[in-house]
Write a protein that binds this ligand. Structure first.
Ligand SMILES: Cc1cc2nc3c(=O)[nH]c(=O)nc-3n(C[C@H](O)[C@H](O)[C@H](O)COP(=O)(O)OP(=O)(O)OC[C@H]3O[C@@H](n4cnc5c(N)ncnc54)[C@H](O)[C@@H]3O)c2cc1C
Length: 377
């Protein structure tokens, strides 16, 4: 490949935006296209807040990636003058024998990561915003925090543009075809010829011909905001992010960033499959709201347990809940990043870096065999 390969990035949610940034700053000639606006709320990369954590129940092999991602979040903040990551700490709360609680403890111990294990009485003193049953515990990860998704996407795209990338919002890619040594991209009645294409289409993966057979399912994830009675006690300086596991409910929980309400993303109410990511319902049905309210009333004593705001988003899931990151099976000069299965945001900077390495050198600085798209081919 030439020293300045022409690379098209299809999709600029957080993953495509980060990939465009890393490619451009390594000297590639980048064209970054998206159907919608930077930071839009129709896909997976929106909704005010995202969890960042390094003690990882999903597997200790992610820890070096998470640590690198943490560095890159700070680099992006410095490069763009943006505040994106607040390290407010993170709690995993639930019964001591809950598999996720046990996995978090095991990961912290195996990797020698700072953490504290608190019993229900200690949580009652330090974090009374949560109500625990007496046999429940919390694992506190001091290196966890909260990310701001919309500003993060916009910052990554600004950094990409500053490094020379050309951004094309409102440019749906209608067709991609392999050519001798490259790809032809059709969008908004124009044609672009490039050496390499990176597909970062999130839940829209199967719409693109080379990914039609990929196992990525679009799923609906709904978030609910509840007004805090004492807002000061629910801001990030007093309330860590949390993953709440309970016999009756489960959710991720985010401190008040809007000056009024905390957010929860219920896990126990399911993430239904959507036949098409464009068929995203814009609100939740009453039964969902009733059950989310019941969870808030039972487990979050400091909120008014009726949501003041609902947000719906769509994410791409794979059958094993691990992303697809690597060469597109059966194609030359094509890389795919999709199917982040509800946990791609925190890792987006490092995933973008790995994709750029793969495109430009054919190899990566971290072992990502587990994410190889060929495992489902
Ligand atoms: C509600 C919710 C909560 C989450 N919580 C967390 C969390 O706390 N922590 C965490 O780490 N992760 C979390 N995740 C997961 C994380 O947000 C996603 O993994 C990540 O945002 C995926 O980004 P993406 O760029 O792959 O997808 P998207 O953001 O959906 O971006 C894909 C982009 O591709 C564009 N596109 C698609 N097809 C085309 C085409 N043909 N032409 C042009 N453009 C196209 C779309 O318009 C879109 O902008 C959560 C996800 C959701 C939905």
């Amino acid at each position: 490949m030439s020293p300045s390969p022409r690379v098209a990035v299809v999709g600029t949610g957080v993953i495509g935006a980060m990939t465009a940034w890393h490619l451009a700053r390594r000297g590639a000639e980048v064209l970054a296209l998206d159907t919608y606006s930077p930071g839009h709320d129709r896909g997976a990369s929106a909704g005010e807040s995202r969890i960042f954590r390094t003690v990882y129940k999903e597997g200790a092999e992610y820890v070096p990636l998470l640590q690198r991602s943490g560095q890159l979040w700070r680099e992006l903040e410095a490069a763009t003058g943006s505040a994106l990551l607040t390290l407010c700490g993170g709690l995993t709360i639930g019964p001591a024998d809950d598999p996720d609680v046990a996995a978090v403890r095991a990961c912290a111990e195996e990797c020698g990561l700072d953490h504290e294990v608190l019993d229900a009485a200690e949580v009652g003193v330090r974090f009374p915003q949560h109500r625990l049953d007496t046999d429940e515990i919390a694992v506190l990860d001091p290196a966890a925090g909260v990310l701001r998704p919309e500003p993060a996407v916009q910052a990554a795209l600004r950094a990409a543009e500053a490094a020379g990338a050309r951004l094309l919002p409102y440019h749906p890619v209608d067709d991609v075809t392999e050519t001798a040594g490259g790809w032809r991209i059709r969008s908004a009645e124009r044609v672009y010829d490039v050496d390499h294409v990176v597909f970062a289409p999130g839940p829209w993966a199967r719409r693109l011909a080379p990914l039609r057979e990929s196992p990525v399912e679009a799923r609906l994830i709904t978030a609910c905001w509840f007004a805090a009675r004492d807002v000061a006690a629910h801001r990030p300086n007093r309330l860590p992010i949390a993953i709440r596991r309970h016999r009756e409910a489960g959710f991720s929980c985010f401190p008040a960033l809007d000056g009024a309400a905390i957010k929860i993303v219920p896990h126990h109410l399911g993430w239904p499959v959507l036949d098409d990511p464009d068929h995203l319902p814009r609100t939740a049905d009453v039964e969902f709201v009733r059950r989310a309210s019941a969870a808030a009333e039972r487990l979050l004593p400091g909120v008014v347990p009726h949501p003041v705001r609902i947000g719906t988003y769509v994410e791409g899931f794979t059958p094993d809940d691990h992303a697809l990151l690597g060469p597109v099976p059966g194609c030359a000069n094509a890389t795919v990043l999709t199917g982040f299965s509800g946990h791609g945001f925190k890792l987006a900077p490092v995933f973008g870096e790995l994709a750029a390495e793969l495109v430009l050198t054919g190899t990566t600085s971290h072992d990502i065999d587990r994410l190889d798209p060929a495992r489902f081919a």
